[in-house]
Ligand binder design. Structure first.
Ligand SMILES: Cc1cc2nc3c(=O)[nH]c(=O)nc-3n(C[C@H](O)[C@H](O)[C@H](O)COP(=O)(O)OP(=O)(O)OC[C@H]3O[C@@H](n4cnc5c(N)ncnc54)[C@H](O)[C@@H]3O)c2cc1C
Length: 393
């Protein structure tokens, strides 16, 4: 007979936020069942940062998160900060380093962050089950939920949804969390791929794809948002950290502007009386020759600096400081790092991550409409929101 098994808390999804929530519930002595659809936990933690896992950032700020409710993330980020996670990493003696812009990476590719989380789950009342399919969820009464699965029927007081977003479908991402929200009448904000390469229209692609592999320092702008990082030309379009960052803000049909030469102000070249160095050789210290030859006229590139005229400066300013590109789209969930949109923050308590209309039902991590910048911000959101739910579930 299919016996009903009881737990205080059931968490669906053994990724970053689900593991964090399990640890915190376990610390409070709550019996936890952590259910994972695939055969292993935390697969994105293992592949993150090229295997080195950019687990947080020194400069976590609520302004580094996108959401239709920009205040929502503040409470969780304050209750469990980057310093709290760094302390945990130190406690486990995991060597790490700051790569750039406050981004913290492990020194080795040994999966230490996942190991830390699994170690923390030990000696706590946490059961982890893999290869589980949840086929149905019903609310039996206030603060009592029942889950039907291929391994049995389970009941709990608190149900935490930590199923993540839709990126890298080959890793088993599912829309389950969004569907569950809808089943319970909770709004889901429109979903799209974020931190993702941008693709180009045919003409631009034809012109730029021979430059594939070229990377340069840039400031990429969309409306009021701007990122100063590297831009990379690929055979499909544009990538690199600056482009991934702006992709989360970019709207289809709109243009982005790239300052390909943020290191200097091109107008200072006017009136350089003594230099007979050609423009091409001068600019080549910042940008590859092939890039210059594709974007500027040959006769302008061959002009000596002391022969540059006002109209040349204006042409250079447009071509290099205000390189305007209208992307065709994004590469989509296949290569994206995050899913924008998700469970509507207005339907959740920012203090606890609990659904306002359903006591005992919590949503955490990427499934919620909170998306961080590139650089450890998304894991910090997973740790912070998981921690918070773990105090109340
Ligand atoms: C290639 C890549 C690199 C990244 N690198 C970084 C980085 O360096 N730094 C950073 O901050 N962020 C990075 N991210 C983003 C980061 O991985 C996510 O934001 C974070 O993992 C979200 O945590 P989560 O717990 O919400 O979801 P996940 O970690 O994705 O966990 C969700 C879990 O739920 C399981 N699941 C899904 N559906 C079901 C279901 N129906 N039943 C049971 N289980 C289910 C999944 O199998 C998974 O184990 C990267 C993402 C990708 C794709």
């Amino acid at each position: 007979m299919n016996q009903l098994k009881l737990f205080d808390v059931i968490i669906v999804g053994a990724g970053a936020s689900g593991l964090m929530a399990a640890i915190e519930c376990g610390k409070r002595g709550r019996s936890v069942l952590l259910i994972e659809k695939s055969k292993k936990p935390g697969r994105k933690i293992l592949m993150a940062g090229g295997g080195y896992c950019n687990f947080t950032n020194y400069h976590i700020e609520p302004t580094c998160y996108l959401s239709q409710n920009t205040h929502f993330c503040k409470s969780a980020l304050k209750q469990y900060t980057q310093w709290d996670f760094i302390n945990l990493v130190n406690k486990h003696r995991i060597p790490y380093h700051e790569k750039t812009k406050g981004q913290l990476f492990c020194d080795t590719k040994n999966g230490e962050i996942l190991k830390l989380l699994l170690d923390e789950c030990q000696k706590k009342p946490i059961t982890i089950q893999y290869n589980v399919d949840v086929t149905g969820v019903k609310k039996v009464s206030n603060q009592s939920y029942q889950l039907s699965t291929n391994t049995g029927t389970y009941a709990c007081q608190s149900l935490i949804v930590a199923t993540g977003g839709l990126t890298i479908p080959s890793m088993g991402s599912t829309a389950w969390g969004y569907q569950l929200a809808e089943q319970f009448g909770i709004n889901v904000k429109p979903l799209s791929a974020g931190l993702v390469p941008l693709t180009l229209h045919t003409e631009d692609k034809k012109r730029l794809s021979p430059l594939s592999g070229i990377s340069f320092e840039s400031t990429v702008n969309f409306k009021k948002q701007s990122f100063h990082e590297n831009c990379l030309i690929t055979h499909r379009g544009l990538s690199g950290p600056a482009i991934l960052q702006i992709s989360s803000y970019w709207q289809p049909g709109q243009t982005i502007t790239v300052n390909c030469l943020p290191q200097i102000d091109i107008s200072t070249l006017l009136g350089q009386k003594c230099s007979d160095q050609t423009l091409k050789s001068y600019l080549n210290q910042y940008l590859p020759k092939r890039f210059l030859e594709t974007n500027l006229q040959t006769n302008l590139l061959n002009r000596p600096l002391n022969k540059l005229q006002k109209k040349d400066i204006s042409e250079l300013d447009t071509a290099l400081h205000h390189w305007t590109i209208k992307p065709n789209g994004t590469e989509g969930y296949r290569t994206a790092e995050v899913t924008l949109g998700g469970v509507d923050c207005n339907d959740l308590s920012s203090k606890t991550m609990e659904a306002k209309a359903h006591k005992g039902l919590f949503f955490i991590g990427e499934v919620v409409d909170v998306t961080g910048w590139l650089g450890g911000y998304n894991f910090q959101w997973a740790w912070s929101s998981g921690y918070v739910a773990g105090q109340y579930a």
